[in-house]
Design a binder for this molecule. Structure first.
Ligand SMILES: [Mg+2]
Length: 375
């Protein structure tokens, strides 16, 4: 039996189970339904068909766990080494793979990945690739897969840049409003594909503030959402512009592609991640964002809805505990930690670590050998 029950429940969840139909059934255990007057004013006080508590529940109350933090309410049994890959493969319909540290490391494919993906496809499994990296669009990621010799279609790729645009679509974000972007090209490309107007992004990378007496920065009053992702050209101009939009434009949304503390720009050290840019805006606005990337359940809900799959029929495979594994657990999926990325066995087994996947293995190509051994 692969699905191991949680061993104890330490806190109650306030998860709402609204039975009304919704295209994007967001989990309101993470985000409260504060359809405040500003949001309704921004949406013109219209009762939109898909506008319900869940889809506009972007604002988290202070009593709820921080998105991006360890928000699982259950203490899980200790992770087990994967011994019978066949059993795991047979028990699910879909594998969701994180990319960096699972499929590739930087620009290098991890050993055995093509054969493993081929084997899973030959057994009729749906494969989905999810990344918190918002610097590229789905199309740009498609090229990376192609360059690495992997046959993956754009429809199988879900980056947090895409999630930001999908989220705005899910709440019927008005097309006459604009999105201010703190982030890189991937977010702009996805917003464009979704038909949204935007400003900011790389073109604000070189802008400076000239602080002379009486200087006042103007901002576009039609900005209805600020999307913040990883941005190598982050600067004070962007912080101030985004802050003005969020603080002064009625109902302006604050959306984060992810809150990752660190990222891996080079293999020599860890670098400040998207969470550092998001944190700056949290500090200046005193607001918490709607996170659309991992470990928020938005993308999982979106995927389950798009493909019509039960979350219990999904196995999330990743190399990070606080994003990938938590993402799978928050979504109610099976989870497998690959030790081919940032998490070592000693980190997993550290007594201070409370995030325990169902299984762990060295790399996903273990599916091939463990499969053979199990037959
Ligand atoms: Mg990773």
């Amino acid at each position: 039996m692969l699905s191991r029950p949680a061993v104890s429940v330490s806190a109650s969840s306030s998860a709402a189970t609204d039975a009304s139909p919704s295209l994007f059934p967001l989990n309101t255990s993470q985000f409260s339904c504060q359809a405040n007057s500003k949001v309704l004013r921004f949406l013109g006080n219209k009762k939109l068909p898909s506008l319900n508590c869940r889809t506009i529940g972007w604002r988290r109350s202070s009593s709820q766990p921080k998105s991006g933090s360890m928000e699982s309410f259950t203490a899980r049994a200790t992770a087990q080494p994967l011994k019978n890959a066949n059993e795991l493969i047979d028990s699910v319909e879909t594998f969701i793979f994180d990319c960096d540290g699972v499929i590739w490391k930087g620009d290098k494919l991890i050993d055995g990945v093509p054969e493993t993906l081929d084997m899973l496809r030959s057994r009729g499994k749906r494969l989905v690739f999810v990344t918190n990296n918002s610097t590229k669009s789905r199309k740009q990621y498609g090229k990376k897969f192609e360059t690495l010799g992997l046959n993956v279609s754009e429809e199988e790729i879900f980056a947090s840049s895409f999630a930001a645009a999908a989220y705005l679509k899910s709440i019927n974000f008005p097309k006459d409003k604009k999105v201010y972007v703190i982030g890189e090209d991937g977010i702009l490309k996805e917003l464009e594909l979704a038909g949204f107007q935007y400003l900011g992004g790389p073109e604000d990378g070189g802008k400076k503030i000239e602080l002379k007496p009486g200087f006042l920065m103007e901002h576009d009053k039609d900005v209805g959402a600020v999307v913040v992702g990883f941005d190598r050209y982050f600067n004070y101009y962007k912080v101030q512009y985004g802050t003005l939009c969020i603080r002064e434009n009625p109902g302006c949304l604050f959306i984060a592609t992810n809150r990752d503390a660190v990222t891996h720009l080079t293999d020599a050290q860890e670098w400040a991640g998207g969470g550092s840019m998001v944190g700056a805006l949290c500090g200046s606005t005193q607001r918490e964002p709607q996170v659309v990337g991992k470990p928020s359940t938005f993308m999982m809900d979106y995927l389950a809805n798009k493909f019509g799959i039960l979350k219990s029929q999904i196995c999330m495979v990743g190399d990070r505990l606080d994003t990938d594994i938590l993402f799978g657990q928050n979504g109610g999926c099976k989870t497998l930690l690959a030790l081919s990325g940032v998490t070592s066995l000693s980190m997993l087994q550290n007594p201070n670590n409370s995030i325990q996947p169902d299984f762990y293995t060295n790399k996903i190509s273990d599916f091939l050998t463990l499969k053979a051994a199990a037959v």
